[in-house]
Write a protein that binds this ligand. Structure first.
Ligand code: FE2
Ligand code: FE2
Length: 345
């Protein structure tokens, strides 16, 4: 194989792994019924067919991905994610044969996306393990890679498992946001990413992901760097973290809130900032955004600051998240009113 062919193949493989991981994250984030799932599965299939001459032999050896005997030396987020997901399923080898169909790819994505599901052999896809004596990897025990990927499956898991007494799964949040950013580069329609809220219980996590998606998109259209996009995405995902500290009866109340109840709800900004500031691995803008996302540009909103609005302006990141928050709140069904439609002009 010439150097050129190797590079071309490596490029094709990278595209395939990226599309497979974007589809997998999307599937764990939403469901296989989400309208983007079919499209992402089809794209993964197209990318796979391009590199599939006879057979694709994927191996994981000592934390390294080897495809058709070519070591893929890219330690990017998608490759790592792919390796971690396969390891959690106890799989270190996949053989994909020519003729693999879209339904088979869909099935593989669904099983990869959900932690409770096992990877089952399909007519053109076989899962197994590499039969070599991996002394080195036994010694390393791979503890870091495992703990980093554990519990990443869905934003729902992350948000629901977060409680005032538990540590937040920061790595899971980062992975989700990175996937938004990667996908946005190729997708034109942001509305496709917004998940409808089907039940009131789903509101918290779908609202969080929608706000993150909308905020990253706004930041991207302002031309901000990938690093900042990422920070804004994480801050968007966690903007309402303080609601964990507010009683459910008040949050879900259908009727008019009393003054005391409204004051308690407003406190979610302060609770969120206090909670997030203690988590060192989060971007520093996350607690700021949690604190400021209900402030308004003209100095109104809450929390009210003692300083006058000329001295203390709302940060640009908080402004971005506030716009996303408002937009998503308007279009969602809430206990006290129906959401507005976004399809009309
Ligand atoms: Fe809020
Ligand atoms: Fe919110």
């Amino acid at each position: 194989m010439t150097q050129e062919v190797i590079e071309e193949t490596a490029d094709g493989i990278e595209k395939f792994i990226t599309s497979l991981m974007v589809a997998t994250s999307n599937c764990s984030l939403y469901t296989k019924e989400h309208e983007s799932f079919d499209e992402l599965a089809k794209r993964t299939h197209v990318n796979l067919v391009k590199i599939l001459l006879e057979k694709l032999d994927i191996m994981i050896l000592d934390n390294e991905l080897i495809i058709n005997k070519i070591p893929i030396r890219d330690s990017g987020i998608h490759n790592k994610n792919f390796i971690n997901r396969l390891k959690r399923k106890g799989v270190s080898r996949i053989n994909i044969d020519r003729g693999v169909s879209i339904p088979e790819i869909r099935q593989m994505i669904i099983e990869l996306a959900h932690s409770g599901k096992e990877l089952k052999n399909l007519p053109h896809i076989q899962f197994g393990s590499v039969d070599v004596n991996m002394l080195a990897s036994e010694q390393n025990d791979d503890r870091d890679a495992y703990s980093a990927s554990k519990g990443l499956d869905t934003v729902k898991d992350i948000i629901q498992s977060a409680s005032p007494f538990k540590k937040l799964n920061v790595l899971g949040i980062e992975e989700v946001v990175l996937n938004f950013i990667t996908t946005f580069k190729r997708e034109a329609s942001i509305l496709k990413f917004l998940s409808p809220v089907k039940t009131f219980d789903e509101y918290t996590y779908t609202h969080a992901t929608n706000v993150a998606v909308l905020s990253v998109f706004q930041a991207q259209s302002l031309g901000l760097s990938d690093e900042i996009l990422h920070e804004i995405g994480v801050a968007g995902l966690l903007h309402d973290a303080g609601k964990m500290f507010i009683s459910k009866e008040i949050l879900d109340k259908k009727g008019k809130l009393t003054q005391e109840e409204f004051a308690e709800i407003q406190n979610h900004t302060l609770h969120g900032a206090r909670y997030l500031i203690k988590i060192e691995s989060l971007p520093r803008i996350a607690p700021v955004v949690a604190f400021e996302h209900h402030m308004k540009y003209d100095g109104s909103g809450y929390p009210r600051l003692l300083l006058n609005s000329n001295q203390q302006k709302q940060q640009i990141y908080s402004q971005i998240v506030a716009i996303s928050d408002f937009f998503d709140a308007l279009r969602s069904n809430r206990p006290y009113r129906k959401g507005m439609d976004t399809t009309t002009s």
